[in-house]
Design a protein around this ligand. Structure first.
Ligand code: SAM
Length: 266
């Protein structure tokens, strides 16, 4: 029994290392800097900014003291949330993403490079002031951390946002089973996901949906509902939010992330 749990643990760690190394690469840094701070691509609104705006609308009439942005990458949604919340914490497993977000917070600017074609690159700079976010940046703190093993210091949030995170976790069900501890009663949990389940991140038997269970097809939305039912009630209807990741000047990944909102009821 003991050796089995050690084996399970080492699998989870291995999967996180794989995930971490993907997001640590130069390509990932440049793609996420562009997705968060670059110009609009293919006519699609900035994804993290749009999510933060939708969360702010959903929070109307509720206290907006603390927000937690899990898997914040280079921080755009966290910065956007500072215009609505007194205190925002952005957490990401990638120390490199967190370092960039923190630098942007502290100095108001960061530089990054984009692949144009082949080995040709271009230089870019982002200024928080140009985005209207410089004045409230002092309200955000960025920390490197693991959403699967969140410290209690991150509890007490009126809003927890997990954007395009759950299908990158080794055990999304375990994450969802414990997330209520970080949302105050009456607070909101916002989950956005394209449900792009891949075995390289999540073993198939841990996928929330997009698979057969006892011979019956299970959607990811239904899987989410089941996992959250003990503590949350769904708010409104799911919303499809588009996102674009630029790979080079003429190659883009486009996706639809399904945003669902959940109120903590117990
Ligand atoms: C697909 S990206 C989404 C980033 C951002 N939320 C967005 O919507 O643009 C997933 C992010 O989750 C982070 N991540 C993956 N596993 C994580 C974990 N266990 N704990 C915290 N962050 C994690 C990655 O480093 C990456 O920044």
């Amino acid at each position: 029994m003991k050796s089995r749990s050690i084996l399970q643990q080492s699998r989870e760690e291995k999967s996180l290392v794989t995930c971490y190394s993907r997001y640590h690469s130069d390509a990932a840094v440049s793609q996420y800097c562009d997705a968060h701070y670059g110009p609009q691509r293919l006519g699609v609104a900035n994804f993290p900014a749009r999510l933060a705006q939708l969360c702010a609308v959903a929070m109307e009439g509720n206290p907006c003291r603390r927000a937690l942005d899990l898997g914040c990458a280079v921080g755009r949604a966290s910065f956007e949330l500072t215009t609505h919340f007194d205190q925002v914490t952005g957490i990401d497993y990638s120390a490199r993403f967190i370092e960039l977000a923190d630098r942007l917070r502290n100095y108001g600017t960061i530089s990054y490079q984009l692949v144009e074609e082949g080995e040709l690159i271009s230089d870019h700079q982002v200024h928080l002031a140009d985005l209207g976010l410089a004045g409230s940046a002092y309200r955000v703190a960025f920390h490197q951390g693991n959403a699967m093993q969140l410290d209690e210091q991150y509890s007490g949030n009126d809003l927890v946002l997990a954007a395009n995170l759950i299908d990158r976790l080794p055990d999304p069900g375990k994450f969802l089973a414990g997330i209520h501890r970080f949302v105050v009663p009456g607070g909101l949990l916002a989950i956005a996901s394209p449900y792009n389940w891949l075995e390289s991140f999540t073993p198939q038997h841990k996928w929330l949906g997009g698979r057969f269970r006892a011979g019956i097809p299970l959607s990811s939305l239904e899987g989410l509902r089941r996992k959250l039912a003990a503590h949350f009630a769904a708010v409104g209807e799911p919303l499809e939010v588009a996102f674009v990741i630029r790979e080079n000047a003429r190659k883009f990944q486009c996706g639809l992330s399904q945003l669902t909102l959940w109120r903590r009821i117990r």
